[in-house]
Design a protein around this ligand. Structure first.
Ligand code: PMP
Length: 402
């Protein structure tokens, strides 16, 4: 038996997307043709000029350590990129990290003290709750308003906030629901955060992939400058998930502390990857716009097809690349969970989806369908899901007749 792990380490939960992917791959190895709706990875490559800039940097020997918080040219380019969203920060406020998740971890480590409560969506990105616990904080879920396309409901936030609350986590466009926050709703959320003295951590990784092109950040509100951390990166918009390039925008007075943290944690982000990212952020963005259009078209195709199925409702996502069908009517009285349906979808119908419950308690009765496939594959997967749901529905009919 090896040594005993520290609790914070042994209590970490698994991430279902990777578990389901492994099960799907195992089925493929046994000769099955599986449609993959489980993993949130863009189906295109980084733009060619980004690849060229990175390879050039590598050939030119740009392989030494970079400054801990990032190359100043890149930090400046990130600041300019966010200025187009009306978020105005100095280059020094940009902390570059090896991927968005590293930026998220740094942001939370900077803020969460033992016993602090962190308000986060009751269905959301799994690391939010995991990292909170890792830092000895308490994750307090708030429900999104499913009836309004999974919008943030300030009355619900007011019900969950306590004297111990320290952080409000926002993520829009939202994984896994595709929900967005309209520009007009931000002042009320900001007002809530300020009245309760909260720090806002806003995960804007899908910001460029809001389909109406009208993404707005809470960090653009002048009163939020000192109490907001923006987490973002190039994984989704520029289709660069394996490059590991993320960043946090932090309040002016805290940049040096973040820099010390990254120094002790990972020294710096890969130098040639940063030079690739510089090419991405300062070059043409037509690939980002093309991705947004492609995902928007698929969102409509997938959500409408699912919504037409008996016992299923599915709102059209406003951004990102996930549909989040509600199967609660279909499952009512069956005793089946969304995990059972996801398992059956894979084992009997060769279509891999994630159970909504993998994203927190608010996701029970839902599935996450990631639409990162060409249309013919999407349609094949949707037909299989329809057949799976029909089989679930038939079984529940048989039960009610009995
Ligand atoms: N935030 C959200 C909401 C995400 O969905 C993801 C990726 N699935 C990330 C952050 C992190 O991106 P990465 O895994 O590239 O660090």
């Amino acid at each position: 038996m090896p040594f005993e792990l520290a609790d914070r380490f042994s209590e970490l939960g698994a991430e279902s997307a990777f578990e389901v992917l492994a099960a799907a791959r195992a089925r493929e190895a046994r000769g099955h043709d599986v449609v993959h709706f489980e993993i949130g990875q863009p189906d295109v490559q980084a733009p060619p000029h980004v690849v060229d800039a990175t390879v050039r940097a590598l050939r030119e020997g740009k392989t030494g350590y970079a400054p801990a918080a990032g190359l100043l040219e890149l930090r400046d380019a990130v600041a300019r990129y966010h200025a187009t969203r009306d978020v105005h920060v100095a280059a020094e406020q940009v902390i570059v990290t090896p991927g968005p998740k590293a930026a998220l971890f740094a942001a939370m480590a900077a803020v969460v003290r033992p016993g602090d409560e962190v308000l986060g969506p009751s269905v959301g990105f799994p690391p939010n709750a995991q990292i909170t616990r890792f830092l000895d904080g308490r994750f307090v879920p708030y429900d999104l308003d499913a009836g309004r396309g999974f919008a943030v409901d300030v009355a619900e936030l007011e019900r969950r906030v306590t004297r111990r609350t320290r952080v409000l986590m926002l993520n829009a466009p939202h994984n896994p629901t595709g929900g967005t926050i309209a520009r007009g709703e931000l002042p009320a959320i900001a007002d809530f955060a300020r009245r309760h003295g909260l720090v806002v951590i806003t995960d804007e990784i899908y910001g460029d992939l809001q389909f109406d092109g009208a993404f707005a950040s809470i960090a653009a509100l002048p009163e939020m400058a000192g109490c907001t951390i923006v987490v973002d990166g190039l994984s989704k918009n520029f289709a660069m998930p394996g490059w590991r390039l993320g960043y946090a925008l932090v309040p002016r007075g805290h940049a040096a502390a973040f820099e010390r943290f990254v120094t002790h944690n990972f020294s710096c982000t890969s130098t040639f990857v940063q030079l690739g990212a510089l090419a991405a952020l300062t070059g043409p963005v037509d690939s980002v716009l093309a991705s947004r259009r492609r995902y928007a078209a698929r969102a409509a195709r997938v959500a409408d097809a699912l919504d037409a199925l008996p016992g299923v409702t599915c709102h059209r996502p406003g951004g990102a690349f996930y549909a989040f069908p509600d199967l609660r009517a279909l499952l009512a009285g069956t005793g089946l969970t969304s995990r059972d349906v996801a398992a059956r979808a894979l084992e009997e119908f060769d279509v891999a989806v994630l159970p909504g419950s993998a994203f927190g308690p608010g996701g029970e009765g839902f599935l996450r369908v990631a639409f990162l496939q060409p249309d013919d594959v999407l349609d094949r997967g949707l037909e299989r899901l329809a057949a799976c749901f029909a089989a679930v529905g038939d079984a529940s009919m048989a039960r009610s007749v009995r």
